[in-house]
Design a protein around this ligand. Structure first.
Ligand code: G6P
Length: 366
């Protein structure tokens, strides 16, 4: 009840700025410096059971679903278990095959989203084992699951979620590290990921210090009719969440595409009036991403890049630089500037930041 947005104009701004501490809380007491793994007391999953998992299926709605896409990539990369994410409502209505050796993960900030809750109940009815990645302790979804990870992000009031998105990605990284280390992730990779996780809060602070620059890019963006968001593999779910934020609070039409899909349709719309926000992780797909940006520039499409190193100024001078972590964890950092981009675009347009039209913080009806 005492949670207010003192010191910030809106809850959303406050929650964006609380991310370093939220991540620290998500990590607190969970990293094991001796065995380079993560301890997750609430999982209720014996190592023997964890080793028998053949697949991970993640469900959630909205930003929770997009964080699940990042989570699926982390689990595949670190634990080498096939994993994917699906909107909870779609999952529930297609009468999914529930498998005993699949680990189901339900993601929900509030723990009260009806579609996610109903999907969890259906899974449990059919014998599925479900973990919850939930922020609100004791919420309906948390109670319904077999075990899980609490985010400990603190209250989130703004309808557009920010800190809980980031905290969920961190919780997925912990889960992936935990599963990886009892399967075949090496101690040195475990140490590398643990060190990367510990570096996140400081690096998020570095990004937040660039807010003024991001706000100036957002002002320009707010004058366009909408934007494409593109990324490849690790960058793609980040682009999806970035587009979601711009829609939610700036009411600008924003659509995310895998960068490679641009030439299969959306490129027809690219021109001087339609900017593209490009998420550019510094990985082995960087060259391909730059080639895509070249195609956009050839059609005089404006580009805003969120990247670890500035691309050729001929491609764009509108760059937000993001510190480099480990490649697997970079998506967590690349998402932060996109929150500020949407926030400042919405401010420039004069919208209600914390209570956007037509949306509710948690949708507890079907
Ligand atoms: C609503 C909110 C979204 C949120 C989604 C899932 O639609 O407007 O911001 O991502 O619900 O909420 P949850 O509490 O389940 O994470």
């Amino acid at each position: 009840a005492s949670y207010d947005h003192t010191g910030h104009e809106h809850f959303m701004a406050k929650e964006i700025h609380e991310q370093p501490e939220a991540v620290e809380r998500a990590l607190r007491g969970r990293l094991d410096p001796r065995f380079h793994t993560a301890h997750l007391g609430g999982l209720n999953l014996e190592p023997r059971e964890a080793r028998a998992i053949r697949r991970v299926k993640i469900i959630g709605c909205g930003s929770a679903y997009y964080s699940g896409q990042i989570g699926a990539q982390l689990i595949e990369e670190l634990a080498r278990i096939p994993a994917d994410a699906e909107p909870a409502s779609e999952f529930r209505y297609r009468n999914p095959v529930v498998e005993p050796d699949t680990l189901y993960v339900a993601v929900s900030q509030s723990g009260e989203t009806y579609d996610t809750l109903a999907a969890v109940q259906e899974l449990r009815r059919k014998g599925g084992r479900v973990l919850g990645l939930v922020n609100v302790v004791g919420s309906a979804i948390a109670r319904e699951c077999d075990g899980g990870i609490y985010l400990h992000a603190g209250p989130e009031i703004s309808v557009a979620s920010t800190k809980t998105f980031t905290s969920t990605c961190v919780a997925f990284a912990l889960l992936a590290l935990h599963l990886g280390r009892i399967r075949d992730l090496s101690p040195s990779d475990g140490r590398r990921i643990a060190a990367g996780l510990r570096a996140l809060p400081g690096q998020i602070r570095e990004i937040l210090a660039r807010e003024e620059h991001i706000a100036s890019l957002a002002q320009e963006l707010s004058r366009s009719p909408g934007a494409f968001f593109i990324g490849r593999v690790r960058g793609y779910p980040v682009a999806r969440e970035g587009a979601q934020k711009l829609k939610e609070i700036a009411y600008l039409h924003a659509e995310a595409y895998p960068a490679s899909e641009l030439k299969h349709g959306p490129l027809a719309l690219v021109g001087p009036d339609l900017p593209t926000v490009a998420v550019l992780p510094d990985d082995d797909l960087a060259g391909k991403n730059l080639a895509t940006l070249g195609e956009i520039r050839a059609r005089r499409g404006p580009v805003v890049a969120v990247a670890h190193t500035a691309p050729d100024p001929k491609i764009t001078e509108n760059v937000v630089l993001v510190p480099k972590n480990e490649p697997e964890l970079d998506p967590i950092l690349l998402g932060v500037p996109l929150q500020l981009l949407a926030y400042h675009a919405a401010i420039a347009l004069g919208h209600d930041i914390d209570k956007p039209r037509n949306l509710a913080k948690s949708v507890t009806v079907e």
